[in-house]
Design a protein. Structure first.
Length: 198
């Protein structure tokens, strides 16, 4: 059996039908082609991994790549909800919370570049060449590091930081809303022309 995934909703559908499909003695190949956004990747991984772990007959070659994108999603949402809000300050000086946020930004920049490299290697040269997630994560990582370094070294004032934070918030949103491609859709086209097949 073969199940091709292009969205989070299809993973939810697979989960809903797992009992029915699990009763079969046939193997199940789950082909993860794409997801609608980086943001949803963590939730998708949380749904798909247990399904595959429960049955040794179910296989998804792209699960490891999904785990990397899920990690990106977690790290970037941490910036969105915890780190960047601490930098939206109006005071004339940086308080302790803001300084901690700047240090966390530097750490996030390093972590994102590492996960980006893992994702790039997993995708392969052809897909990575024009991948939008890779491009946007790189841009975000560079701006995170440059902003943190400039402020910590005293090269940027509060007004400058506030402008940069607004740009970072937009970049974070852009990355999280970027669609994710895990493999070439043609890779599975010969195996099955439908989303689900026996």
């Amino acid at each position: 059996m073969f199940y091709k995934i292009h969205s989070h909703a299809q993973i939810q559908d697979l989960q809903a039908r797992s009992d029915e499909l699990g009763h079969s003695n046939k193997c199940m190949l789950v082909g993860l082609v794409s997801l609608e956004s980086v943001r949803i990747a963590c939730e998708s991984y949380a749904l798909l991994r247990p399904l595959l772990m429960e049955s040794w007959k179910w296989v998804c070659p792209e699960l490891e790549i999904l785990s990397v994108v899920a990690g990106l999603s977690v790290e970037i949402q941490k910036l969105e909800h915890d780190v960047l809000p601490q930098l939206m300050v109006q005071e004339a000086k940086l308080e302790r919370g803001a300084l901690e946020a700047l240090l966390l930004m530097k750490n996030s920049a390093v972590a994102l570049l590492h996960m980006r490299k893992c994702f790039m290697l997993a995708l392969g040269v052809l897909l990575a060449e024009d991948d939008l997630v890779l491009a946007r994560v790189k841009k975000l990582s560079i701006m995170l590091k440059d902003t943190a370094d400039a402020v910590l070294k005293g090269d940027g004032n509060i007004a400058w930081l506030e402008e940069r934070v607004l740009l970072l918030v937009q970049l974070v949103t852009d990355v999280l809303e970027t669609p994710v491609r895990f493999c070439d859709s043609d890779e599975y086209s010969d195996e099955c022309s439908d989303e689900y097949s026996d």
